[in-house]
Design a protein around this ligand. Structure first.
Ligand SMILES: [Zn+2]
Length: 75
């Protein structure tokens, strides 16, 4: 655990060692939630819009390969 101070814009510094450990870098998208009075930051994982399976972060279509194939096959 470490202590940090919020600035006037609500920004908080996360120590480099923690960023490294979690693979957080510039542009990493985070989901913010409040749980039991604590602010929780989680890396936003890309999930398929149909089956919620994890998908490639670089994928431009918000669907997994199987769902893309299924959609194509239903046409
Ligand atoms: Zn899917």
């Amino acid at each position: 655990m470490f202590n940090t101070t919020m600035d006037e814009l609500g920004r908080v510094l996360i120590k480099r060692e923690i960023r490294k450990q979690l693979g957080l870098g510039k542009g990493t998208k985070l989901s913010v939630s409040v749980e039991d009075g604590a602010v929780v930051l989680r890396k936003t994982e890309k999930t398929c819009a149909i089956c919620k399976a994890e998908i490639d972060k670089d994928s431009e279509i918000p669907l997994c390969k199987e769902c893309i194939d299924r959609v194509k096959a239903s046409k």
